[in-house]
Design a protein around this ligand. Structure first.
Ligand SMILES: [Mg+2]
Length: 124
């Protein structure tokens, strides 16, 4: 059964509230996100491309999936506590990304220009 981001957020918020987890400040939640990202990153460390994932066992896929969920747990709680509706901002951001990264653009060229410029234009 698929769930929307808002539904997942509510499940996560309810989960935390039932356990009395309400004293985390933004730094706590951000640190938890970083830690869970590091745990996720361990599974990808030293792997060069996705074709190698054909060798990943079902058990490791499960572990990777659980790490993604761990990241989402903290990320969605941080967004909720910050009164950020991710769905709303996703809908606002997607058209901007579509405009910025047009289909059919030579991104290899754009990447070279970015590296040669020394500027962080991609994130401005
Ligand atoms: Mg974890």
């Amino acid at each position: 059964m698929s769930k929307s981001i808002s539904e997942l957020t509510q499940i996560i918020v309810d989960f935390a509230e039932k356990r009395g987890w309400k004293n985390e400040n933004p730094s706590h939640l951000l640190n938890a996100i970083y830690i869970e990202l590091a745990e996720l990153g361990e599974h990808y460390q030293w792997k060069n491309d996705f074709s190698k994932y054909e060798t990943i066992s079902e058990d490791e896929k499960t572990e990777i999936g659980f790490e993604f969920v761990d990241v989402i747990f903290y990320l969605f709680r941080l967004a909720h506590n910050s009164e950020i509706n991710i769905e709303e901002y996703f809908d606002k951001k997607l058209p901007k990304l579509e405009e910025k990264y047009k289909v059919g653009t030579d991104y290899g060229k754009a990447h070279r220009e970015y590296r040669e410029s020394g500027k962080n234009k991609r994130y401005e």
